[in-house]
Write a protein that binds this ligand. Structure first.
Ligand SMILES: NC(=O)c1ccc[n+]([C@@H]2O[C@H](COP(=O)([O-])OP(=O)(O)OC[C@H]3O[C@@H](n4cnc5c(N)ncnc54)[C@H](O)[C@@H]3O)[C@@H](O)[C@H]2O)c1
Length: 260
């Protein structure tokens, strides 16, 4: 069977680590030519090198998604290097935590700049190219935190809810041009950042995973598989939706209960 993304051109932001890195490797394994972009030059390079070592095609690009001009240059670079822009995964985000009542202005602005504006610029720049091509797929990595209140995540969750909203509107505006835009909402996924946060919490990992119906954290590769599905023709009629990957947390009743 042909690989799912043979010869397609994919840009992934935040591709130097975690979910972005796993996604870059997964899409490349399925035949995509990958632009691995990150604010961190070295990690972007390492992801691109890993793809090339496995026989794939990749380039590394240093870009801060909070800087509009850099994001537009990134998408243009994909076209100049590989001749098209088929898939964009807006994955990079700032993950900053603070109770709303204490949140300083710098934290709030950074959450908006990187997490919300980053996805907005990535979506806008991609659409401007894809509308001309009359084809393309955009996947915005939001968060399960966008769906409900979580102490300390007010700013982050608000930015991610914005990412969900802009994904839906982009789908409604641009579906007629042959473009699909969907949002992926991971729950707790075992990246280095999550592992550090669990350690800093003073609670054992089991105390966290006990609250998850699937009884474990997700793996970055499992989010990457969902992105692959949404990027591929297997999801050709899926547009403007949200795919939650949280081991069942959001499905749980919020009613108080006494038996568990
Ligand atoms: N890990 C989780 O539990 C979890 C849960 C829900 C949503 N998410 C979302 O998934 C995405 C990836 O998260 P992760 O856990 O893999 O993160 P991570 O910290 O492991 O990796 C994020 C990458 O983004 C890069 N980055 C940071 N700021 C950037 C910027 N301004 N411009 C470009 N690159 C930048 C970092 O250098 C890093 O390589 C994020 O959007 C995050 O909000 C993660």
């Amino acid at each position: 069977m042909d690989r799912l993304l043979k010869g397609q051109v994919a840009v992934i932001t935040g591709a130097g680590a975690g979910i972005g890195k796993s996604t870059a490797l997964r899409l490349a394994e399925q035949g995509a030519h990958v632009i691995a972009s990150d604010i961190d030059r070295d990690t972007a390079r390492r992801t691109a090198d890993a793809i090339i070592e496995r026989g794939g095609k990749a380039r590394a690009v240093t870009a801060d998604v909070g800087e509009r001009a850099q994001v537009f240059e990134l998408m243009d670079y994909a076209v100049s290097e590989f001749g098209a822009l088929d898939i964009v995964v807006n994955n990079a985000a700032a993950v900053l935590s603070s109770p709303i009542i204490d949140m300083d202005e710098q934290t709030w602005q950074q959450l908006l700049r990187v997490t919300l504006s980053g996805a907005f610029y990535g979506t806008q720049a991609a659409l401007r190219i894809m509308v001309g091509q009359r084809t393309g797929v955009i996947i915005n990595i939001a968060s399960a935190a966008a769906m409900a209140g979580e102490p300390g995540l007010g700013g982050y969750a608000a930015a991610k809810a914005g990412v969900v909203s802009l994904s839906k509107t982009a789908a409604v505006e641009c579906g007629c041009h042959g473009i699909r835009i969907n949002a992926v909402l991971p729950g707790a996924t075992a990246t280095a950042g999550l592992v550090a946060a669990v350690e800093a919490s003073g609670h054992a990992q089991e105390e966290w995973t006990r609250q998850i119906p699937s009884a474990r954290f997700g793996q970055p590769e499992e989010v990457a598989d969902a992105v692959l599905f949404l990027a591929s023709s297997l999801s050709n009629y899926i547009n403007g939706t949200t795919l939650v990957i949280d081991g069942g947390v959001a499905a749980r009743s919020s009613s108080p209960r006494f038996n568990q």
